[in-house]
Design a binder for this molecule. Sequence first.
Ligand code: ATP
Ligand code: MG
Length: 752
Amino acid sequence: MGRTDYLDKLNDKQKEAAMYTEGPLLILAGAGSGKTSTMTCRIAYLIREMGVHPYNILAVTFTNKAAKEMRERVQRLIGEGVNMWILTFHSACLRILRSHAEILDYGRDFAVYDPTDQKTVVKNICKELNIDTKKFTPGYFLGVISHCKEQRIHAREYNSIFGNDFREQMVGQVYDRYEKTLKKNNAMDFDDLLLKTVELFEADEEVLLKYQNRFRYIMVDEYQDTNLIQYAFVKLLADARDEDGNIRRNICVVGDDDQCIYQWRGADIRNILEFEKDFPGAKTVKLEQNYRSTANILAAAHSVISHNRGRKAKKLWTDAEDGKKIVYYNADDEKDEAYFIASEINRIAAQQTQPDGVPDYREFAVLYRTNAQSRTFEEALSNRAIPYRVLGGLRYYDRKEIKDMMCYMRLVQNRADDLALVRIINEPKRGVGGKTLQKLQALAQVRGVGLFNVLLDDEIISSFSGKVAGNLKNFAGLIETYGIERESMKISDLYDGLLVNSGYMKALEDQHTVEADSRLENLMEFKSVIIGYEKEDPNMSLAEFMERIALLADVDNHDSEENAVTLMTLHSAKGLEFPYVFMPGMEDGLFPGWRAFDREDGLEEERRLCYVGITRAKKRLWMTSAQTRTLYGRTDYTRESAFLRELDKSLIEGDSIYEKKDRKAEGVFRDGASGSSVFKPFDQLKYAKAQTKQKAAAMAKAGDTDFAVGDRVSHPKFGEGTVLETGGSVIRIKFADQDRKLALGIAPLKKL
Ligand code: ATP
Ligand code: MG
C-alpha cells in the first residue's frame, strides 16, 4: 500500500477533515457517513504524515468495544503496534488518577468499586441509619447519588440544595456517609473516576499542564452523548497554550446530534450543538454522503428526523441505488407480527446463502424498543429453527426475575423442589443469609426431609431471630396456601397473588431505577404468556403450564457468536450496521414510549432513536405494528406510531391502512374512553401493576381475616375446623384430616 492510499479512499470532505489537524474541529456527520472511518484515518494521518508521536494523541469513546475496534483500525493503517491512548473515558481517567491520586488525598493504589461493592457500602450505611431497605433500596440511593455526581453535586451541596423533605434528608445523609466511606476505604466508584479527574485538573495546574502538553491532539467519538463531566474533562485538556502563549485547542469531536439517545442518562446534546461557541474559531466539516444505506432507507430516516426542531439542519445523500421500498406490515397481533418477521427472515435468508450453502443469518437484526418485546420473537424464531442471539441482554426465560417467579410457581406446584426454594427463599430479601440457609439445609438432611418441611416446623423457625422467623413463617404460609389452592385458581391469579404477596413486586418498585422498571416490564409481560395459555386451554393445570414453559425455556438453538439473527434494543444498536433490519412495535405508547408524550424533548429523543434504528439498515428495512397487542397481560387496540405517520408514504409498500386504522383508533385506543378522538398515551406498565395489585387484594377478600384461637371456621376443600394458632399472616387450623397452616387473607376461610 502506498503511503497515502488510505486517504485516497476517503471522499473530499472526509479527507478535508482527516487532514485538518490544527485548531478545533467539529465533524458533524450523519449516520453511516463514515465518521469513525474518518477519525481513524485522521489518527493515521497525524502519525504517518505529520510526524506526530502517538504519545501525543488522545482518542476517547464510550464503550470498550468501540475503543478496541478503533485501536485495531489505526494499527492496520499505520502498520505497526503502537501503545496509544485510544480509550474509553473511564479508562483514560483511571490511568491519570493512578499517577496523581495523592494530590486528591487518595493513595495511588485506590480501589475501584463496582456496583456490587457500592451496594454493600450503601447497605451498611442503611443499617447504621436504621433505614428500612425494603422501603428504600440501596439501588434507589445509588441512583440518586450517581445522578448527583453526573451533575457535579457533592453531598454537602446536595444537602444545601435539597434536604427539604424527609426523603431528601435521608438521601443526603446516606450520600454524605457514602462519600466518607469510600474516601476512608481509599476507593472510587465509576462516576468518581470522571469526577475526580476533573477535580484533579482544576485543583492542580501543574498536572493539568502536564496532560495539556502531552495530549496535543484530542479526539472524541460519539460526542453527542457526552455529559457535563466528560465535557469538562475534554474542555480542560483542550484549552491549552502553546509555547508562545497562544491557545492551542487541537480538539476534534465527531458526532451526530440526531443520534443523541442518552439524555436520560445525563448526556447533554448542547455539548455538540454549542461546540462552535465553546471553541471559538472551530472549523465544522459536515459529511453528507452516506455509504451505508440505500436511497430509500436514507430518505425514510430523513423524513422522520426532520420533524425534530432542536437540530442542526443537515441532509445526507447517497450514490446508492434506490433499493426496495420499506415494507410496512400491520399485523393482527404481536404473534402475527413475530411470525411475519420470522417468515421474512426465512424467505430472504434462503437467497443469501454463504459459500457452504448455509443461510447467513448474521445479516439480520430485529431492533425493538423494550427488552420485554424480545419474547415473541424468540418464540417465533425458535419455532422456525432460525438461530438467534439476544444482544446486550438475556434471553427472556433466562432473565433473573422470570426465573425467580418460575421458581415460586414450581415450589407451589411441588414443595419438594429444594432447588427452587433455595433460589427464592431470600428473593426478595427476607434476611436469610448463607448461614441461615446452611442451618436449614443441615436440619433437613438430618431429618431426611425436604427443606420446605423444615420451614413448617415452628420450633426450628422460632430459633431464628424474631424478624427472620416471622419472614420465614410468612413465606412458608404463602407457598403452603397457594399449593393447596392452586387447582381452584386461575394460573394468572396465582401468579398475581405470588408476585404481590411474596413482596417481589414491591421490592422492585421501591428501587426506582431504570433496571428495576425493566424487570417489572418483563414480569408484567410474563402475564401475557400465562394469559395466552389460558386462552388456549382454560382448564390447563399449573403442572401442565410449567411443563410447557420448561420446554420453551430449554430450547437451545442459541448460537453465541456465529451464524445467528441478532435481537437487541434500539439503544444498543448505535454505531452498528446490518443488511436487513426489522423494527417491530411501531405503535404510539410503545415507540414512541408513553413517557415521551409528557415532554416535547422526550418525543424528540425517541425520534432520534427511531432515526438510529432506520439508519442501521444497509439494504432493506421492515417496520411492523400489531392492531392489537397483548403487553403485560392486557390486550389492547393500538394506534400506529407517530413516526410511521411522519414517514414519507411514497417510500413505503405494504399495508397502507393509515386511514382505516386512524378511524379504528378513535375512541377505542387503550384507555377505552369512547367517543374521544384525542389520543392519550397510556402508561401500560403502571396499569398492569395496578391490576396485579387489585387482583391480589380482591383475592385476599375471598376469606375472612380476623380470627382468634378457638374460632370455628370452614374451608371449601377441608370442611370445618378450629383455629389453633394465629400470628402474623399465618393461621394454623385443625381440620378433620390434619392440622394445616394457611396464609391469612389468601386462603378462602370463613368464620362460622
Ligand atoms: P454511525 O453514525 O452509525 O456511527 P459512522 O458515521 O461512524 O456511522 P462508519 O461506521 O464509519 O460511519 O461507516 C459507515 C459505512 O460506510 C461503513 O461500512 C464504512 O466502511 C463505509 N464508508 C465510510 N466511508 C466510506 C468511503 N469514503 N467510501 C466507501 N465506504 C465508506
Ligand atoms: Mg460510528
